[in-house]
Design a protein around this ligand. Structure first.
Ligand code: ZN
Length: 311
């Protein structure tokens, strides 16, 4: 069981203003900032990780906030929807909360027999709060306002929009071990039984959808979860054998990663459970310090001076 893809590990999206992004995810959505670090390829920019108390894989939404970044365009060849799992009977609470916060939201709807509330974050990123039809016992991070009765539990699913779903579906079924569960219109639901939650990928077939443009308010990549480095490298071989270009193993400090672009155009990552977010700060202090990768530590003063203020 543990040598399989264990659902979603994290999703990474692009934001504009850093402070607005941090405030929305921690204050309005009640997520924990589990790591405050910098973009390893652009250390003048933050990299935020939001999730549950420990930043458990399957709960982590991460952002690169670029202050001057203009809006992107949601379209084909990208992840176009994030689904968060919330408790039964909590959607009215969220509807009121979004009203008070001035958050753009839609009407409560139903998909595959599950109720959901669609909304957009301040950069226009599309997210649904979904009441899962399967039990979700994951412990949620709670705040004074978002309590266990309504707090987000982690990911329910991710949605990819594609001109044609077949090549992507083949990756999911033949390499990742997912199965087609149901279809509703152009939406095809794939699920893995290797894990109980964050186990769903929805593929929307949109033959004439314009290609997405990756900038603020859009998703950058989707990371799938594997137990450890050994299994990571087994998947590297399987993916390379299909003739897809895949990176070598990359040390992301909190996990080890591989990246490849699936044939439908979406950037996929595989990421390990080890070593996790307590690698450089204890669990009760997660997200409270600016953590820099070793190669930038000597440059800390200059980096701190250029990073945007969060208070
Ligand atoms: Zn990633």
């Amino acid at each position: 069981m543990t040598d399989r893809i264990l659902g979603l590990h994290h999703i990474t999206a692009i934001a504009g203003n850093a402070r607005r992004n941090q405030q929305f995810y921690t204050k309005v959505l009640g997520q924990r900032l589990v790591k405050k670090t910098v973009n390893f390829d652009d250390p003048g920019t933050y990299h935020f990780y939001f999730g549950n108390e420990a930043g458990t894989p399957g709960t982590i939404l991460t952002f690169f906030p670029w202050e001057s970044m203009g809006p992107g365009r949601t379209g084909s060849g990208m992840a176009t929807g994030i689904g968060y799992s919330v408790p039964k009977d909590s959607l009215e609470f969220w509807k009121d909360r979004f009203n008070q916060a001035g958050t753009k939201q839609g009407e409560i709807g139903q998909r595959f027999g599950e109720q959901y509330l669609p909304f957009q974050d301040p950069d226009g990123l599309n997210i649904d709060l979904i009441v899962s039809s399967t039990p979700d016992d994951r412990p949620s991070w709670t705040t004074a306002e978002t309590t266990t009765e309504n707090a987000i539990k982690g990911f329910h699913s991710v949605t990819l929009t594609l001109r044609s779903i077949k090549p992507t579906a083949t990756i999911l079924t033949d390499i990742f071990g997912y199965k087609l569960l149901e279809q509703e219109g152009p939406r095809y639901r794939y699920i893995t039984d290797a894990i109980e939650n964050a186990a769903i990928v929805d593929l929307i077939e949109a033959p004439s959808a314009p290609h997405g443009y990756n900038a603020a308010g859009t998703n950058h990549h989707v990371a799938f979860r594997v137990k450890n480095d050994e299994i990571l490298m087994e998947f590297r071989e399987k993916i390379a054998k299909k003739g897809l270009h895949i990176t070598p193993k990359i040390d992301r400090d909190y996990f080890f990663s591989l990246y490849f672009r699936e044939p439908g155009g979406v950037l996929f990552e595989l990421a390990t459970d080890n070593p996790g977010f307590t690698r450089d700060e204890p669990q009760n202090e997660l997200g409270t310090h600016l953590k820099l990768p070793r190669q930038y530590e000597s440059d800390r003063a200059r980096i701190e001076a250029v990073l945007p203020s969060l208070d």
